[in-house]
Design a protein. Structure first.
Length: 209
């Protein structure tokens, strides 16, 4: 079974509380999401492998360490996942970025891929699949499946908020994918929204209704 990491860093908790407030405007919401994403990425990448290289400082030559091999790929689920990219890239500018677009079929209610553009070497990279809300888990599970079909083997799901229903779905479908969240809420309401949540992340991020 995959691990679920819930971050309790005071800065993340504080910023998430501001995002929950219905009076927080689009500009501030967007900035807070970017800042939380950067803070989360710092913790998520704690175990990246290192290799030793030689550099010459102004004083002398020395052995030091840098990231080993291929680096990260960031793959947002459109559209709300886009709000998490800039914060992570500001911390890891060498990361490559892919995109996955999904919609829900009105008849089957299953996620359907309408767009997928990934780095050509995606299978060699650690993939951070990002989407602010893990509600039912359907879209995230489908996106992970699409990545696996393209030979991705090291995938980490990164979300702002999660409901137990979404966690259960992803763990059931993909027990090899660890889940990282800034907050765990209590349940979904009858409309599939996370409670207490923060509303529709995409609408609040882009100023739409």
């Amino acid at each position: 079974m995959s691990a679920v990491h819930v971050f309790d860093h005071p800065l993340i908790t504080h910023k998430l509380s501001l995002m929950r407030d219905k009076n927080t405007g689009t500009k501030e919401f967007r900035q807070l999401l970017s800042e939380i994403s950067m803070l989360m990425a710092y913790e998520i990448t704690r175990d990246l492998p290192l290799e030793t290289i030689e550099v010459e400082t102004p004083i002398c030559k020395t052995q030091t360490k840098v990231l080993s091999g291929k680096k990260l790929a960031i793959v947002p689920i459109l559209r709300a996942g886009l709000g998490m990219v800039d914060g992570i890239v500001s911390l890891i500018p060498a990361a490559k970025i892919g995109h996955i677009g999904l919609y829900r079929d009105p008849n089957t209610l299953e996620p359907v891929e309408y767009y997928c553009k990934l780095p050509s070497d995606i299978e060699e990279r650690t993939v951070l699949l990002v989407d602010p809300m893990l509600a039912t888990g359907g879209s995230s599970s489908a996106a992970i499946g699409f990545l696996k079909k393209r030979n991705c083997h090291n995938i980490r799901l990164v979300c702002l908020l999660a409901a137990p229903e979404g966690i259960e779905r992803v763990q059931k479908d993909h027990p090899d994918v660890d889940i990282f969240v800034a907050g765990m809420d209590s349940h979904l309401n009858e409309h599939g929204y996370i409670v207490p949540g923060l509303g529709d992340a995409g609408d609040r991020l882009f100023g739409t209704k």
